[in-house]
Design a binder for this molecule. Structure first.
Ligand SMILES: [Zn+2]
Length: 299
């Protein structure tokens, strides 16, 4: 049995260029709108009006101050990663590591703009995708497949972006299963990890999800500022070895800010890995009943 450090904060709340060039015009501009504080998100194939959900942003970098050490005793999920091109992790041993994550995609123009620039930093990221978007757009499916085949991690952000704690048991299980099926339909494997929309989770959701639950420890607040410099600063100012950074691949400013942050952080000795890679490098065998906010090195 492996002892791990986990942050418990349940209370707080290609392919070809073809697909990448197929820009789907959003229903609305990504700019500010009246849905900013709404807990709903569009499940259409076009870009949601806004991810932008207060609950998801209430857990910020302060989360790490509530670190608790726990011993894993529960079910472990398969270690088979939803990752189409496993990397040799030896190259990252002894380095400072960050897992950059993007929620609510895929959104082809923005997601592909990120994918196009990852190699420069030898970076791979984790995408928490919405099943409804995959079912709604061939372009989005192709984009996710490209991300997967590059070695990025594909994880679930549910099907409909509902607050899972508000659903009936039947709707909850249905949503989770539909999301898993939508991902598997494209890449052939189910995701091994999930990030609940708004960070909203309870024991019922935990049981229904039955995946590694990945939260975050650095909130870029990209949805709020939609400014690449601010996104970059928010990441760089809060970055630490083992951090999980929250962004959304809906906004070009999010990707631009993340790339600028990578440029700066790489200069400070950081490398950029997926969540699964980070856990593996830190010797953590994840289980389905712990919420993971970061993977700091063990002392
Ligand atoms: Zn979300």
């Amino acid at each position: 049995m492996k002892k791990i450090t986990a942050v418990l904060l349940s209370a707080a709340i290609a392919f070809t260029a073809t697909a990448c060039s197929r820009v789907i015009v959003p229903k609305k501009a990504d700019g500010g709108n009246s849905n900013e504080n709404s807990k709903t998100i569009s499940t259409s194939a076009t870009v949601p009006s806004s991810e932008t959900t207060q609950p998801e942003t209430t857990v910020s970098t302060t989360a790490e101050t509530t670190t608790t050490t726990t011993t894993t005793t529960t079910t472990t999920t398969t270690t088979t990663q939803a990752n189409g091109a496993a990397r040799n992790l030896d190259q990252f041993k002894g380095k400072k590591l960050i897992a950059i994550t993007f929620d609510d995609g895929p959104y082809t123009p923005v997601t592909c703009s990120l994918l196009d620039r990852l190699d420069k930093y030898n970076a791979r990221v984790t995408f928490f995708v919405l099943g409804s978007r995959l079912d709604g757009s061939q372009s989005y499916r192709e984009t996710m497949k490209r991300a997967y085949e590059m070695g990025n991690q594909i994880a679930s952000h549910t099907y409909s972006h509902s607050d899972l704690t508000s659903l009936s048991k039947e709707a909850l299980y249905n949503d989770v299963a539909k999301a898993n099926a939508a991902v598997k339909n494209v890449i052939g494997v189910e995701p091994t990890a999930i990030r609940p929309p708004y960070g909203a989770i309870n024991s019922t959701v935990e049981a229904a999800a039955n995946k590694n639950i990945i939260m975050w420890s650095v909130d870029s607040l990209d949805w709020k500022y939609r400014n690449a410099d601010t996104v970059c600063s928010n990441i760089c100012n809060s970055a630490f070895d083992g951090a999980i950074v929250l962004l959304h691949d809906l906004y070009q400013t999010s990707v631009d800010g993340a790339i600028r942050a990578m440029d700066i952080l790489q200069g400070k000795g950081y490398a950029f890995v997926t969540v699964d890679e980070l856990a593996q490098l830190r010797g953590v065998q994840m289980n389905t009943s712990t919420k993971y906010f970061q993977f700091k090195p063990e002392n």
